[in-house]
Design a protein around this ligand. Structure first.
Ligand code: CP
Length: 305
């Protein structure tokens, strides 16, 4: 594995399987009464969050603590960033405090890549702009593998606001590496310009794709990143691309529903679908801790689980 985890596209099939298999081993440890491992004792993990997060920030903190690492949580709000301190100076300050790994979320696509050129420790991308969110893709693949029994040849639909989604890009890259067949479903206005070179199919017709899907991943409509009108109205978007009860009924009986969260309930996904036993949304959050333990463990150099 590389020293850093910046893009899901940097992972070979062997790298990805190593992370998923390590996470399976660590999940077994998490079922014990004493969940903590001494593996990263004496190591320091810095969580550097310039954008809001609930799931990713908390699960990286929980993962590092379960491996006995020291954790420093940095939030841009309330820091010297508000006085104009640059990303580079912030990173060098944290490195001077002994960071072995820096987990970064930033609004700018490419910020983790730049950071990796300035610090000596491992850099983990926890979401950069509209670019990538590789640990989300890993936890999604882990959740799918557990529910579906494998990913080779599985048909996965990723539906909604692909244009603004770092989750979609990372999932397409990773799922392709793992042998799944991905179809993106979105209105033309919510697809990136170069989507034709992504290793996946594209459809505008959700009703045609649903009956052929083993897993359907709904994406949040990212209103905060929209500076123009991408669809006529929320009601119209929901009517064409929302997963409601009637559409859910068109999916195969054993197909699963996913969402990276946070959700716009009632817009891209109906509450009764999100809360159904075939939804993995809560499992995805729990699996996030396990996957992030595996990533920190492998990057910071443990030999055995
Ligand atoms: N899925 C995800 O990245 O959620 P958060 O923004 O809450 O971290």
């Amino acid at each position: 594995m590389n020293r850093d985890l910046i893009s899901a596209g940097d992972l070979t099939r062997d790298d990805a399987l190593l992370i998923l298999d390590t996470a399976e081993e660590l999940a077994r440890v998490s079922e014990r009464s004493i969940k903590k491992l001494p593996t990263l004792r004496g190591r320091t993990v810095v969580n550097l969050f310039f954008e809001d997060s609930t799931r990713t920030r908390i699960s990286f903190e929980a993962a590092a603590k379960r491996l006995s690492a020291d954790v420093i949580n940095f939030s841009a709000k309330g820091s010297s960033v508000s006085k104009g301190e640059s990303l580079k100076d912030t990173a060098l300050t944290l490195e001077a405090m002994g960071a072995d790994a820096v987990v970064i979320r930033h609004a700018a696509s490419g910020a983790p890549h730049r950071l990796a050129t300035w610090v000596h420790g491992s850099v983990v991308n926890a979401g950069d702009g509209t670019h990538e969110h590789p640990t989300q893709a890993l936890l999604d693949a882990f959740s799918m593998r557990r529910r579906l029994g494998g990913l080779d040849g599985r048909k996965i639909a990723i539906v909604g606001d692909v244009l603004h989604s770092r989750v979609a890009r990372s999932n397409v890259l990773l799922l392709h590496t793992l042998g799944a067949e991905v179809t993106l479903v979105a209105p033309p206005t919510l697809l990136p310009v170069a989507v034709d070179i992504w290793p996946c199919a594209v459809s505008y017709d959700l009703d045609a794709v649903l009956p052929k899907s083993d897993a359907v991943m709904m994406l949040r409509v990212q209103k905060e990143r929209m500076n123009a009108s991408y669809f006529p109205s929320e009601r119209e978007y929901s009517r064409r691309y929302g997963l409601d009860r009637d559409r859910f009924a068109k999916m195969p009986d054993d197909a699963i529903v996913m969402h990276p969260g946070p959700m716009n309930r009632g817009m891209e996904i109906a509450a009764e679908v999100a809360d159904s036993p075939r939804s993995t949304i809560v499992e995805q959050v729990a699996n996030g801790v396990t996957i992030r333990m595996a990533v920190l463990y492998l990057l910071l150099g443990g030999d055995t689980a």
